[in-house]
Design a protein around this ligand. Structure first.
Ligand code: PDD
Length: 286
């Protein structure tokens, strides 16, 4: 049985209980992180904790733990799950209180962490890429906050699955924002582009690493708005996330992207990303 962390305790998953009055359950009033772990090492921990802090600040929940306390909790979960790759799910809600939209006084945040096995992208995904569809971005105006309130994302992802696609690429006012649970890159005229960070998209930790790795390896990459027209004519499209790494999209809205197979720029970035993971496993990266 998997061991989870809940409010100061490590315990088996099936013994972990929260009140039905928890505001996470009642209102979706909380924030979360998903942190990959390779070879027992936390991927970009400082960046994940910084984003968590930003999300908590945005929704006015005091950070319940400091950096060292977070590290102890997260490493405590990792140690209980061996060295196989895993992803940690961490959630903080505003806590338990009588149902009332406004903030309750003196409520203690609920803190929960669990681990799931993390598989690398499947061989057929690497060989053939995945399908995506474009959909209207129907979400709110605080998409930079990693809120647990994910109903719009859930509906959008399901619409993609129902359309035999792996992801929905979202458009707002004719511009690409991100995927339902991923960030988007395109290759246009030999240049890698990804939309700049603002309140319309989540500042993905994988996204930031890909931008960083492109610069470090001399690949032209710009953080620049990507219009629907640029998306439609892109020679490559990639999706990035903590659970999917960097995945090539080879069909968009039922048309081939570029040659309809994973492109050379993606292959290069995929190899660079794998090198980064290897370095992390060996303790040469963080
Ligand atoms: N989601 N945008 C959205 C809306 C996301 O939900 C995610 C990740 C990303 C990518 O961010 P990162 O590279 O930090 O994982 C972008 C996670 C994996 C999830 O909800 O499970």
């Amino acid at each position: 049985m998997s061991i989870v962390y809940l409010n100061g305790e490590f315990l088996p998953l099936d013994e972990a209980r929260v009140s039905v009055l928890d505001r996470g359950f009642i209102f979706g009033d909380g924030v979360y992180e998903v942190i990959p772990v390779y070879g027992g090492r936390l991927f970009r921990l400082a960046q994940h904790l910084k984003r968590l802090h930003n999300s908590l600040t945005a929704v006015r929940i005091a950070n319940p733990l400091d950096t060292e306390q977070w590290r102890t909790v997260l490493e405590g979960i990792v140690a209980r799950h061996g060295t196989a790759d895993q992803s940690l799910y961490l959630q903080v809600t505003r806590g338990v209180a009588k149902r009332d939209h406004s903030f309750p006084a003196d409520t203690v945040p609920t803190v929960f962490v669990m681990s799931s096995p993390l598989a690398p992208p499947a061989p057929d995904v690497l060989a053939q890429g995945v399908k995506a569809i474009t959909l209207d971005d129907i979400r709110w105006q605080y998409c930079q906050v990693k809120a647990i309130t994910l109903l719009a994302n859930v509906l959008l992802r399901q619409q993609a699955i129902d359309g035999d696609a792996a992801e929905a690429i979202l458009l707002r006012d004719g511009q690409v924002t991100e995927g339902a649970a991923s960030n988007v890159f395109v290759v246009d005229d030999g240049v890698i582009l990804t939309p700049p960070k603002d309140e319309r998209l989540l500042p993905g930790i994988t996204r930031d690493l890909v931008v960083e790795l492109a610069a470090a390896n001399g690949l032209p990459c710009l953080e620049k708005p990507v219009s629907q027209a640029v998306l439609a004519q892109a020679t490559e499209i990639w999706l990035t996330s903590s659970t999917r790494e960097v995945v090539p999209v080879t069909r968009l809205d039922n048309a081939a992207v570029g040659g309809g197979t994973p492109g050379p720029a993606w292959k290069r970035m995929y190899d660079i990303f794998q090198d980064y993971k290897d370095a992390l496993r060996e303790g040469r990266e963080h």
